[in-house]
Structure formats: C-alpha cells, structure tokens
Design a protein around this ligand. Structure first.
Ligand code: 13P
Ligand code: SF4
Length: 361
C-alpha cells in the first residue's frame, strides 16, 4: 500500500531561474581564471582544507577538487569521503543539505560552503515545523528521510538515505515488517514503493529539476534515437522512469554510461553530470532528456539553479575569509547524527557483503 499524505500543504518554493543565476557572474578572462585556480589551490593547502564537490557543480570546481586531493561524488560518497578525510576544514561545493550533512558527521571539523544561498526544493518543501508533528501523528511508521533535508528533519528520522542505497534500505526495512513514512521526494518514494512493494506513506515534495523532465517528449526522442539507452535519476516522475533503461543515483548513472554497450545515451538528470559522464564514456553520444514538451515550461531546464550558485570566486572568498561556515544547534546535530551515521553504516555493510545487516537502533 502506498499513499500520498492527505495534507500537509507544502510551502510554495521560490525557484531562482538558472539562466539568471549564471548571468549574474561577471565574465572571467583566461588570465583571471588561471590566477583564481592557482589561488584556490594555495588556499586549500594553507587552510588544511579539502574540497568535496557534487557532480552538478561547474566543471572548474570539479577539476580543482580532483587535482587537489578532494573528491567529486554523489551525496552519499561526499558524506563518506568528508567523514574519512583527515583535513581539518571541509569545503563543500553543492547545496545546503550537503554542508549540513558534513557538519552532522564531523563536528570537530570546520565546514565551509562555496555559497550558503544554495538550497534544494526538496529540503524547502519539507519544513521541520510541519514534518515533526506529522511524524508524531504516525507513530507506527519508521521515518526514512532522503538526505536532501535539513538537520532538523534528519533529527526526527529513524533513517537517512540517499538514492544510491535507498532501494536496498527500503527492502531491508520491508523484510523487518516495518511500515515507512517517507519524505520528502514523492517521485523517489513511489519508485521505491513500486520496486520493493513496501508499505510507504509519501511526503508530497519534488525536485524542481527532475520534475521538469517530460515523458511524452522523451518517448518521441526515443523514437528518433531507437538505439539509445535512457538513464534517469529516480527523482524524475514515474512516467519518465517507466521509459528508462537504468534508474540510479548520479554515480550509478555515470557507471552505467561507462558500462552500457549502447553508443547513444539519453540522460534524465542535471546536465552538470555531463562533465564526468564524458570522462567516463568518451566515445558515447550524450543527449539531454527533454524538459520542454506540450505546454511545458522550465526555469531550471535540466540544471539546478542552486548548484549553479557555486563558483570559483565564491570558493576563493570563503577560503580567504572563513565566511559561509556551517553551524548547527548541537542538540539537533547529535539527534541528526544517529540516523545519518546509520546510513553510512548501512552503505558500508552493503559494500562489504551485499547482504550484511545494518546497525540497529
Ligand atoms: P545523488 O545522491 O544521486 O548525487 O543525488 C543528489 C541530488 O540532489 C540529485 O538531485
Ligand atoms: Fe535539490 Fe533537485 Fe537541486 Fe538536487 S537537483 S539539489 S534534488 S533541487
């Protein structure tokens, strides 16, 4: 049984226009770019800092992360890497929940973000003030939240999970006979419900980027590229996922691009991923899945406006000034740590054996 929750009415989210965000940045000469890269490298060393970037941020940031011993990854691997790295400062290029997750796991480290303006529609659509009473009203359900949530929401959860391990975790909970309250992404939630058969109640949030992919236009694109495989992130609507050959986290989609025999790949996720995907599969033709179809509008047009707020100037600034440090209320952090650490433990156990039982509460 899957059910969308009768209410709550989630808040309307102000979504910045990605093109406007990108246009805000003053143009940069080649000389300035090279000087900035050199300065960031030097500052990272001087500050004993490591840069942890998501695949959706600008390729210059990805390049700097990799060249300086940092990491470019999905949200699960960003959390793991930051936690295991010895640097005393973690600099997160991504969105707020990624910086908060780093702080939840690493209270002794300084966590800086290239920008503090970078939100996530899933996080914004699941305010703790609505979420907590809702959980309280359903005490019989195990609360599983996507990592794309605030520390306060994680603090109320039994489990935190990312798309990389969500199917395995929900299947595991189902096998334990647990009924799930899932938040905040309704598309990922219904995909999990369909894949595992678990009894899930779904919070009605969505990712503004993935929700804009259009199934009808995608079906038409498939007709024009009959040999292409479709790769989709599970935050996409069900009708898009129904057309996909591979559904997975950003890392899983990059791996699929490398592994699949098809030469043409239609990709339904943020187009920031193309930088890494091209490196992983240089011979493949990568095609953006359509975000415009009959009557469609898109503000993000396959690129997250909040991810687009991360840039090299911001990164150099925070390394120079210590601005944009992530601070969390200690009581909230400690509560959020329980469900977040369980996620890392569960991921570790899956990696070790594929079947090992996760840490229990
Ligand atoms: P991944 O964990 O798959 O990288 O997803 C994070 C995200 O925000 C996707 O929109
Ligand atoms: Fe959130 Fe969607 Fe942006 Fe990912 S792409 S950070 S889910 S708004």
């Amino acid at each position: 049984m899957s059910s969308l929750m009768p209410a709550p009415v989630i808040p309307a989210v102000m979504v910045p226009d990605t093109a406007e965000v990108l246009a805000r940045a003053a143009p940069m000469s080649r000389n300035e770019r090279e000087q900035l890269i050199a300065r960031i490298r030097q500052l990272l060393r001087k500050q004993d800092a490591v840069l942890v970037a998501h695949y959706y941020v600008h390729e210059d940031l990805q390049m700097i992360a990799e060249e300086t011993g940092g990491h470019v990854a999905d949200s699960l691997e960003m959390a793991r890497f930051g936690h295991e790295h010895s640097a005393t400062t973690l600099v997160v290029a991504g969105v707020r929940f990624m910086g908060e997750t780093a702080k939840i796991l690493n209270p002794e480290k300084r966590v800086l973000m290239a920008t503090l303006e970078a939100e996530c529609s899933l996080d914004l659509e699941c305010p703790a003030s609505q979420f907590i009473p809702f959980c309280d009203a359903h005490p019989d359900r195990t609360v599983v939240v996507y990592s794309n949530t605030s520390a306060e929401v994680k603090a109320r959860a039994d489990w935190v999970v990312t798309s990389g391990i969500a199917v395995q975790l929900v299947r595991h909970l189902k096998e334990q006979g647990e009924r799930i309250l899932w938040a905040p992404d309704r598309h990922l939630g219904s995909y999990l419900q369909q894949t595992t058969g678990a009894d899930m109640m779904l919070w009605p949030g969505a990712c503004v980027v993935h929700e804009a992919f259009k199934a009808q236009a995608l079906a038409e694109m498939k007709r024009q590229h009959p040999d292409a495989a479709v790769l989709a992130h599970p935050e996409s609507p069900a009708a898009v996922l129904d057309l996909a050959d591979v559904v997975g986290s950003t890392t899983q989609l990059i791996d699929a691009a490398r592994r699949l025999s098809q030469h043409e790949l239609i990709v339904a996720t943020d187009n920031g991923i193309f930088h890494k995907m091209k490196q992983a599969a240089p011979d493949k033709l990568l095609i953006e899945a359509p975000t415009a179809g009959a009557g469609a509008t898109c503000r993000s047009c396959a690129h997250c406006p909040w991810m687009a707020m991360n840039d090299m100037r911001g990164l150099a600034h925070v390394l120079e000034t210590g601005d944009n440090e992530v601070h969390l209320d200690e009581e909230v952090r400690v509560k959020a740590l329980r469900a977040t650490a369980r996620m890392l433990d569960f991921a570790r156990s899956l990696k070790a054996s594929g079947t090992a039982a996760p840490r229990q509460a």
